[in-house]
Design a protein around this ligand. Structure first.
Ligand code: SF4
Length: 397
């Protein structure tokens, strides 16, 4: 397989990334939420300046696809008028804050978010690596505890717990302002560890190889409070919930028209599972590309943009994923990736197909960068889906 290019940074609105179908412009919703006005405005801008398609990202952001360079300044003006932009590309990159969707009006979630955003946009903000991010989930289910984040703000026993990703201990805050201040202090501490190299570095790899006791000793004293850590919960199910209705989308993609129609139903909360929670909605609407049933086979397949939308892709991905979806057993996942970078699913999947110059490499219980056990053409896989379930040969004893 040819080596994919690792960019080491995420696109933003002010710093978009070129893809095979034009610029990808990523909008970071404040507080993890788009008001009806913002969502309708973004839908109109995506139709006017993009190719009319929007992607939900696994960082709970919204990406406008197919923007041409000439239209980018007008798109930026429109996003600024909607209150969706930051003062600079650097401030935008730092405002990498994921908010769990199951917060209730009046709980501390949005106050923590506002305080953290203010801290990250100040002159004394920590100089963080490109993909470094924060998560805030104070809900009892702590649905975000398995989502990618470097600093986690969670409901603790007797306060708000602030901890680094992978740390067994954290610091307890009594109020939202203190929680944000602790998260910023931990971020500043991280910048002084020497772990950031060439603009890259993640909290989870900081103590790689160290035993828990040794890790504990390295932490600042304020972050050595022991708490019962949450187990990683299952991905929330599509359907009604206390805050509204959770809706899915085939491959996390929707049209601008679907976004505008959803905005008519209520304010929207974005999630890292590429689902949208429509606030206050009691029944599922009927809209194109919407997944409303929790056992829809399309929820068992994950596929990146693939060719021709991604410049690095070695083949189209989504038609193959759709063709194979019904053959994937319930509770398992097939990941179809346009190259070994595996953007759509960094974690291992039960079954993975990776496009190569030679067909699709098949892998079992691996990430897209793993070692394949066989290679098949897309046509052969569609004609004989059982090829997917071939297992690597057992080692000869
Ligand atoms: S994994 Fe898919 S989206 Fe990511 S770079 Fe490769 S082809 Fe492009």
């Amino acid at each position: 397989m040819s080596a994919p290019i690792v960019q080491g940074w995420c696109p933003g609105a002010l710093r978009p990334m070129m893809s095979g179908d034009g610029l990808v412009v990523r909008v970071r919703p404040r507080g993890g939420r788009l008001t009806t006005v913002q969502a309708k405005g973004i839908a109109a801008l995506a139709g006017r300046h993009g190719n009319g398609l929007l992607d939900l990202s696994n960082r709970a952001n919204l990406q406008i696809r197919g923007v041409n360079e000439a239209g980018h300044p007008a798109l930026i003006d429109g996003l600024r008028a909607l209150g969706c932009l930051d003062d600079s590309a650097e401030a935008e990159a730092r405002r990498n804050i994921m908010v769990g969707p199951f917060w209730a009006a009046g709980d501390a979630t949005q106050a923590v978010y506002a305080a953290l955003e203010a801290g990250l946009s100040g002159t004394n903000a920590p100089k963080l690596p490109g993909k470094f991010g924060f998560s805030i989930d104070l809900s009892p289910q702590n649905a975000l505890c398995g989502a990618a984040a470097d600093i986690r703000i969670e409901a603790g026993n007797g306060g708000i717990l602030v901890r680094g990703d992978g740390f067994e201990t954290g610091a307890l805050a009594e109020c939202p302002a203190e929680a944000a201040a602790l998260a910023l202090a931990l971020a500043h501490w991280f910048t002084q560890t020497g772990h950031i190299q060439n603009g890259r570095g993640r909290m989870a790899t900081l103590f790689a190889g160290l035993a828990p006791a040794a890790r504990h000793a390295c932490l600042p004293a304020a972050f050595q409070t022991t708490q019962a850590l949450p187990a990683s919960p299952a991905t929330p199910q599509i359907g009604p919930c206390a805050q509204g209705y959770l809706l899915g989308f085939a491959f996390g993609q929707m049209t601008a028209q679907t976004l505008a129609s959803l905005a008519d139903l209520g304010d929207l909360r974005l999630t890292p599972w590429r689902m949208v929670l429509v606030e206050g909605l009691a029944t599922a609407p009927t809209l194109p590309s919407l997944i409303t049933a929790p056992h829809d086979p399309l929820l068992r397949v994950v596929a990146c943009t693939g060719a021709p939308g991604c410049l690095q892709a070695l083949a189209p991905t989504r038609a193959l994923a759709v063709a194979l979806a019904a053959h994937v057993p319930q509770g398992q996942t097939l990941h179809v990736s346009g190259c070994a970078k595996g953007c759509a699913m960094p974690a291992p999947a039960e079954y993975t197909l990776v496009a190569t110059t030679n067909g699709f490499a098949a892998l079992h219980k691996a990430t897209a960068a793993g070692r394949p056990h066989s290679t098949h053409s897309a046509a052969d896989l569609m004609a004989n889906p059982d090829l997917l379930f071939e297992k690597p040969n057992a080692p000869q004893l």
